[in-house]
Design a binder for this molecule. Structure first.
Ligand code: ZN
Length: 385
């Protein structure tokens, strides 16, 4: 077993090449700094705090790290501020697909709130069509560079606004046309998901899928409402589920009713470690609840949330987890298969991704590691490993 574990420990290069699946990534949180600068110039947006891409990248990261919600939210006012034209949306979506593909992501569900992109005169439909066009363009460019990626869009409604039903209807209209589900996001405190029950009930009647940001800053009641009142298929973050888990001094673990339900029903948890560190939902990678939840076999997945603000990527998230928890390629594959099983595309397509892309990809990485080892340096041979 020990040799197997060593054999599976991934190098940073292997982590990057390993097939990865991303379920929780915000389009307005993943722009290239240079693109923000370009788009601000092209669209006449004059509010940027810096116009040099490197300085701007640092500004985004520091604002997100500052612990101030006001500054954190300000970062999105700039990215959203430059995403108000069709051309800007196409470019940002295309680059998103290319960047994820370059990072080894083979399937991603990327979310955005159409209602936040209307200031330049676009309609909700035009926003959705521009983003779809960008994703298709990015997928094609990635393919030309030897990367295979598929992107599905999730339409987000903002918790503090009153357009959730309208956005849910939009998600349903563009179903099978690039949109695979629905989400609500924004401040949890004071805006419980039950405010938008009409949207969730509508989607359920339409046999459609949705996830809800819940249990990030706010605790168990938010998770409970998202699941038992709204009927969410997945939980965005959901880290506070650990408040319903007791680890005793002797190491034994007891789950409360809600935590048991989440685990028994295989409710997917869209965990975003770096983002949680910035918002204070966890204090270090090593102390992040993902370690315990993985050990207890919750349906945990690894995600980026906001790549620009958190200065991260799927590879970086996995690098941090490998370092904190000693995860192996087997663990990476487990998280990846979990994510693919939890995607909102049809079952047969998920299965095909697992069997034709993910499993062969990991098998290849594991075998190449074994070939590199020699008995004299590793203490075991490829045959034994
Ligand atoms: Zn999020």
């Amino acid at each position: 077993m020990t040799s197997q574990t060593i054999a599976n420990t991934p190098t940073p290069d292997q982590i990057r090449r390993a097939p990865k699946v991303l379920l929780h990534d915000h389009l307005d949180g993943g722009l290239r700094p240079g693109t923000v600068v370009d788009l601000a110039r092209e669209t006449g947006y004059s509010q940027l705090p810096e116009t040099d891409p490197d300085k701007l990248a640092l500004w985004f990261r520091e604002a997100a790290d500052s612990g101030s919600l006001e500054r954190y939210l300000e970062t999105f006012s700039h990215t959203v501020g430059v995403m108000q034209t069709r051309e800007a949306l196409v470019r940002v979506a295309a680059e998103c697909a290319e960047d994820l593909a370059e990072d080894g992501v083979v399937y991603a569900e990327v979310r955005y709130a159409p209602e936040q992109h209307l200031e330049g005169g676009l309609t909700l439909e035009e926003v959705v069509e521009a983003v779809n066009e960008g994703f298709r363009l990015g997928e094609r460019r990635a393919r030309e560079n030897g990367h295979r990626i598929r992107i599905g869009a999730l339409l987000t409604a903002m918790r503090h606004a009153a357009r959730a039903l309208e956005i849910a209807e939009l998600a349903n209209r563009y179903r099978d046309l690039g949109v695979v589900g629905f989400d609500i996001a924004g401040a949890e405190a004071g805006y419980p998901p039950t405010r938008h029950l009409d949207a969730f009930e509508y989607l359920k009647r339409e046999n459609n899928h949705f996830t809800i940001h819940a249990g990030e800053a706010f605790g168990l009641p938010s998770i409970w409402q998202a699941l038992q009142w709204c009927g969410a298929d997945r939980l965005g973050h959901g880290v506070r589920i650990i408040d319903d888990i007791t680890v005793r001094d002797d190491g034994t673990v007891q789950l409360g009713r809600l935590a048991s339900y989440v685990r028994d029903k295989r409710i997917p948890l869209e965990m975003c470690p770096s983002s949680n560190l910035q918002t204070g939902a966890a204090s270090s990678y090593a102390e992040h609840p993902i370690g315990l939840l993985r050990r207890l076999h919750f349906r945990t997945t690894v995600n980026t949330d906001n790549r620009l603000m958190s200065h991260t990527s799927m590879s970086r998230e996995f690098e941090q987890l490998v370092e904190a928890f000693g995860y192996t390629l087997d663990d990476m594959q487990w998280f990846t298969v979990n994510a693919m099983k939890s995607a909102f595309i049809p079952f047969d397509e998920r299965l095909a991704m697992i069997n034709d892309v993910i499993k062969p990809g990991y098998a290849e990485l594991k075998s190449e590691w074994l070939f590199r080892q020699t008995p004299s340096t590793s203490g075991f041979s490829a045959e034994k490993g």
